[in-house]
Design a protein around this ligand. Sequence first.
Ligand code: LAN
Length: 723
Amino acid sequence: EIPEELKPIIQSDSDWEKPEGVAFLKALDRAFLFDKKINPNSADRLLRYAHRKQAGEPSIIPSDDSFSLKEKARIALLNGFSFYETLQEPDGNWSGDYGGPLFLIPGLVIASYITGSPFEKPMQVLMKRNIWNHQNEDGGWGLHIEGHSTMFGTVMQYVTLRILGENLSNPDMKRAQDWILSHGGATKAPQWGKFYLSVLNVYEWKGNDALLPEMWKFPKWVPFHPGKYWCHNRMIFLPMSYCFGKKVKAELTPLVKELRKELYTSDYDSINWKKARREACQTDIYHPVSKWYLRLSTIINGYERIHSKRFRKKALNYVEDYIDFEDTYTRYINIGPVNQAINSIYAWHHHGKDSEQFKNHLKRWKDYLWIAEDGAKMAGYNGSQLWDTAFAGQALIEADMENHFPVMAEKIYRYIDSSQIERNAKEYDKFWGDVTLGCWPFSTIDHGWAITDCTSEGMKTAILYNRKEHIQKQHHIDLERLKPAVDWLLSMQNKDGGWASYEKQRAPKWIEVLNPALLFENIMTEATYTECSSASIQGLNEFTKHHDYRKEDIQRALDRGGRFLKSKQDPDGSWYGCWAVCYTYGTWFGMEGLLTAGYKGYEDGTPAPEIQKACEFLLSKQRADGSWGESFESCVQHRYVEHEDGQIVNTAWALLALMKAKHPDRTAIEKGIAFILSRQEASGDFPQEGVSGIFNGNCAITYTAYRNVFPLWAIGRYYRWYS
Ligand code: LAN
């Protein structure tokens, strides 16, 4: 908030140059210095401001034996939920830091530069502060806040800082430039980097493999038709193919000319662009391109040289309609932060700067911005509202605490009620869409994309709350409203018996060999995921316990789903987690899914062998202090990598799984619970430790709610079951 006394002084952007403005911006910048060395993850202290005085202060729970563990658990639950309730928004959800990836603000700032729509000065200061806070010791930046320096991360931050007014007189800029040049210069940026640099006009379009809009006009049977890509990849390729087809680029401004000099090891005009297409920096290669990709791109690049103008126009018309369709359906939020930025560039280029379309995009930029003590960042989605609210809701019920927090419970239900998607997109089959009516999104109803596990978690929470008659409800999420969600979930089960994320798997898995991104794996097509499958099983099971609708179909789906989960289990008993860190998360979902699908736990002595193996795996990873701790490197390397320190979130997942299986080793479980209790702060909050989320194997993403919800959920399960 700009202080009142400044408002009369700051009437236009240039007024920030006045001494009062400069002083304010400097003070703002200083206030957001934070120590990355302690922990690169922000703890959302600004959001949690009211409690800041107590933050970090040790637990109020006595560490001696004056209370039993059960009594201590009860104090922790009451304290923890009363704290968490203070963060609940009036409409019932929890907002929080959903940052982590470092390539999002750059996309938005590049869009703002090209379209001539600069952010307000204080926002620019906060964005810069965020970038500086995450510079690595070697001068570069990672793909995400905990990552090693990469060409992509570094080049993207460098151009962003330049757009936001920094220059080489700043020694930290010089360090960044040194990193880039000593690693071979910006021609070594991966595909997304090359794309953004091309749009910014500091790299030539002919240095990219062609992103042909004509691919949208492939016959539908072609296995690598872009309509069959995983929706995130598809919705990013879409506006990229527009920009490539039109060779969209920024004006050749003095800044652009300077960047052309600063980013390369040789003279810009002497760069061999065709060769540059293939260049990549070793630091960035997580998923190398295959010979199949190279072959296909030779053909595609060949076509670009001889392409028919008429056919290009026709293909572009389709692309334009498709982008308009996505914009309208998502009310200009778009499926994610990357296509938000590129679709904005499209709206500006195609519809014009004064168009409603472009103005609608500008309004949505704010939905993605988040300010924490490390500065302003762009979130990985327009939030994780539904997801976090559903889990908080389930944790509260399981702890049997809804009577202590009736207002929180009522608001949770209200949010689940008001975010069930109420519409299908018009003509969705023309644009490779799917049914969405009756499903739940990850974030908000306006976003509107349906996801299997979000639908299941939303539905499960609704049913749990429906059964608690004493919880106040404005509207009832009745059977008629649940039926379409059930229908959709049943229709989404893949051939292998598992569930993917947003859509059914549409293309064979081998098209992954055409993944050009280098930085990410598993982006080409939907896959079946342990987490999504387990959640779908749990949602359908909760439904079928209480309703007769499609009983047999559901039973069949549960059986097939259980077999799928079993087939996904690794020989050591664990499951790999695709969307959070990592084997503790995957194994929690794997076990909950199997147990729900009918596999036996320890309740009468002999568990199913799969459950026994999974428990043994988990117990083998428990640390001496009772905790579990996994680094995000587990996801990257596909093997269990220990964190330096025990992590409350991993500990909670492992405990939730063991307790669900009714594992008899009470000492192990109590040691884990005692560990979580010891980390709770006096305020009732928990510390933000290492990053919890991940996508596509390689990019970490912050879920700040996890540190509150999962520890409380585990303590609640303990309180109810083991006492
Ligand atoms: C998400 C966030 C939510 C997440 C869960 C629901 C938790 C998961 O169970 C299924 C997959 C999903 C929906 C998911 C997929 C990938 C997303 C959308 C993200 C991690 C948030 C950001 C990420 C998106 C792909 C970022 C843009 C980058 C690309 C590589 C395309």
